[in-house]
Design a protein around this ligand. Structure first.
Ligand code: UD1
Ligand code: CA
Length: 459
């Protein structure tokens, strides 16, 4: 357990995102930005932790509670200093360092916080600041040092002189601060700045002027990106995706081109699976071992070992057993279950449907609200007519059925085990086991009819 408390700031408007969605809820690799910070706290086992919420407080609080943290309302948001002050009543009896994090800084690693804490303890500091040197420091508060190189204070870009702006050491927004000193100092800060806000950064200036021991620790620039704009968001997304891709390659997954493979944070993938360029794996997808996937999108689905997913398939909320073959150009919609060694071929749409072991729907079909047994052959152009404009109905196809091409199954309907449906049949009644069903008008051939028909008029 880490012996500090934590306060995460997540109440701000995120004005620069120009979004209806609160900034900290914007997803990165499919997961809200704030979740990364909450998971960091969990990894570090920081028991006393609070999240300051304000803008879209309800939605943000829901995420906070889901992640076993406690939201504290800041209303209105008057700046980062005012935000931390809201945690004062909750931390009244707490003696020790408070770790302060920004909800918009999701790339921090636990090792960095541990290193920061160790340095803080070793130096017997009562204030600590995580800083970073950036080639392009624009947008961040600058860390101003005195002639002997010690930190003197932080100046926000909006309040900085041209000289101060040229400083490339910036404030990451990550602090450690002795609880008693922190809340006492926060009570004294004033909104004397360009933005008329209570700046948390002023606590650093107070610490220096009052001789409270302060330590600065430098971090890796990649970890401390604060997300203020959509461009920052895209930058963070790229870094997170690189991390995820590197992780899966280390775990034995082949990514033919990691730059063109998009794996969400909560996806899991088995060994010897091969992902071709253009694969997107979203949500809580679980991929087995030895699976080969060509470009397409898979969301919230489970794919069994040895499956082959050919090009341009969309698979959503479906479950596929081992050794299935899907695609190219197949659409598996929510509620689909494909059993072992079954096959779904090109231009087949499947919805709320079970396809039994070894069954095949190889071409051009719509299979909706259907339960299909083992070793069934679904001919090209087979359609389950599951909807009468008002209600949906089920089609049941038992084992070993053979369905000829261009069959319509008007649901509700049941096809008995081993039955055979002739091509072009419209099935409106249940078919008993082993029966042949056929519903076509008999073909008539009229000899020489083409030659005998009236000649075309000249136009
Ligand atoms: C802040 C720091 C800046 C630092 C940067 C690092 C201040 C004054 N500035 O600037 O020195 O370089 O972070 O990324 O602290 N928030 C609240 N309540 C408020 C205002 C903000 O909870 O009243 C939250 C925001 O939701 C956000 C975090 O605090 O998660 C930081 O706020 P933001 O406006 O992004 O600060 P920066 O301008 O980035
Ligand atoms: Ca920020």
């Amino acid at each position: 357990m880490t012996e500090c408390a934590a306060v995460i700031l997540a109440a701000g408007h995120g004005t620069r995102m120009k979004s209806r969605l609160a900034k900290v809820l914007h997803p990165l690799a499919g997961v809200p930005m704030l979740s990364y910070v909450l998971e960091l706290i969990q990894t570090l086992k920081i028991e006393k932790n609070y999240v300051i919420v304000g803008h879209q407080a309800e939605a943000v609080s829901a995420l906070v509670s889901e992640k076993a943290s406690t939201p504290i309302l800041q209303n209105p948001p008057l700046g980062t200093g005012d935000a931390v002050l809201q945690a004062k009543p909750s931390l009244q009896d707490f003696r020790g360092p408070v770790l302060i994090l920004n909800g918009d800084t999701p790339l921090l690693r636990p090792q960095t916080i541990q290193r920061f804490l160790e340095a803080y303890k070793k130096a017997e500091a009562r204030t600590g600041l995580l800083t970073v040197r950036l080639d392009q420091p624009a947008g961040y508060g600058r860390v101003i040092r005195n002639a002997s190189g010690e930190i003197s204070h932080i100046v926000e870009e909006k309040d900085a002189s041209p000289d101060e702006r040229s400083v490339n050491e910036v404030n990451t927004g990550v602090y450690l601060c002795d609880a008693a000193f922190l809340f006492e100092a926060l009570d004294r800060i004033q909104p004397n700045n360009e933005q008329k806000e209570y700046y948390l950064t002023d606590v650093i200036g107070i610490a220096v002027s009052e001789g409270v021991p302060l330590i600065g620790v430098e971090a890796d620039p990649e970890e401390v990106i604060g997300i203020n704009s959509r461009a920052d968001l895209a930058n963070a997304e790229r870094i997170i995706r690189n991390r995820i891709n590197r992780y899966w390659m280390m775990e034995g997954v082949t990514l033919i081109d990691p730059g063109q493979t998009w794996i969400d944070a909560k996806v899991s993938i088995g060994r010897d699976t091969v992902l071709h360029p253009g694969v997107t794996l979203e949500g809580h997808t679980v991929i087995g071992e030895g699976v080969t996937i060509y470009p397409g999108r898979i969301r919230d689905s489970r794919i069994g070992d040895g499956a082959l997913i050919k090009d341009h398939c969309v698979i959503d909320s479906s479950e596929l057993a081992s050794d299935v073959t899907i695609g190219p150009f197949a659409h598996l919609r929510p509620g689909t279950m494909i059993h072992k060694s079954a096959k779904v071929g090109n231009f087949v749409e499947v919805k709320k449907c079970v396809l039994g072991e070894g069954s095949k729907a190889s071409h051009l079909s719509y299979l909706g609200d259907a339960c299909i047994g083992k070793n069934v052959n679904i001919g090209a152009g087979t359609i389950t007519c599951n909807y009468d404009g008002k209600n949906k109905f089920k089609t049941i196809i038992e084992d070993d059925v053979f369905i000829g091409s261009d069959t319509q199954l008007v649901a509700p309907v049941r096809v008995g085990k081993g039955a055979l449906i002739a091509a072009g049949t419209t099935v409106t009644k249940d078919i008993p086991p082993d029966a042949l069903a056929l519903s076509r008008t008999k073909q008539e051939n009229k000899a020489d009819w083409v030659k005998r028909r009236a000649p075309k008029k000249n136009k």
